[in-house]
Design a protein around this ligand. Sequence first.
Ligand code: NAD
Length: 259
Amino acid sequence: MELKGRTAVVTGSTSGIGHAIAVAMAQAGANVVVNGLGTEADNAAAIAAVAKFGTRVAFDPANMLRNNQIADMIAKAEKDFGSVDVLVNNAGIQHVSPIEDFPVEKWDAIIGINLSSAFHTIRATVPGMKKRKWGRIINICSAHSLVASPFKSAYVAAKHGLAGLTKTVALELAETGLTCNAVSPGFVWTPLVEGQLPDLAKAKGITIEEAKASVVSAQPNKRFSTVEEVAALTLFLTTEAAGSVTGSNYSIDGGWTAH
Ligand code: NAD
């Protein structure tokens, strides 16, 4: 129960990787703020799964495109739970398209949700963490924070940006007892990956099954990572043992970026 008495805010935790991270945090004893834009039924199921470990769980529907909603989410968590000790910036979306056809509104949304929201959450959370001289900030980046793929201009730009933000925040906070790290998965089987297969197939002129096979073939271990594997690595970064790990970007990609 390493996180007993701590509070974790996990953005985008009604689905996929974020949900597995929220479960892992609760299992480790943390109170958890679940966030996301799922349907009412999806949100209720996600909250119930996080709540089954007996810690306090709240749901906040803050839209990661709205700065004021992000600030309110952090303020409310601090007021209701007494602190925000662990911040996991996980919310993210994807869009796959050749650059010349890339919809401008998709570019803005991806930069907003996958990059700028982390600036807003960190900005709002750091003052309280500094006061308590303890904090763990983990940004869920991607192999696309280190390497690029065609047709993912906004996503690759946002994730490279998030990796840079991680390093800057780590250096600013290095003497304060707070750490900031990135976790960079390759392909993990979640609704985000499943949802991009039709567009990927269209962009490459292949079938959806071929698109799925091409995705897996990018990972040398030839399988999708699991959400639980990503959650376990993220949880490690919240521990006392990880106290001097900061400014790092941990790949969990079956060897993809070792190429
Ligand atoms: P997912 O689609 O399963 O979940 C995304 C979550 O973000 C959901 O809870 C959704 O409601 C939430 N969300 C989306 N827009 C939001 C908004 N405007 N405000 C608040 N919440 C919002 O996706 P996932 O695959 O679990 O991805 C989670 C993170 O992991 C993303 O940042 C993604 O880029 C990253 N990632 C995923 C993979 C992968 O293969 N699945 C690989 C590398 C990185």
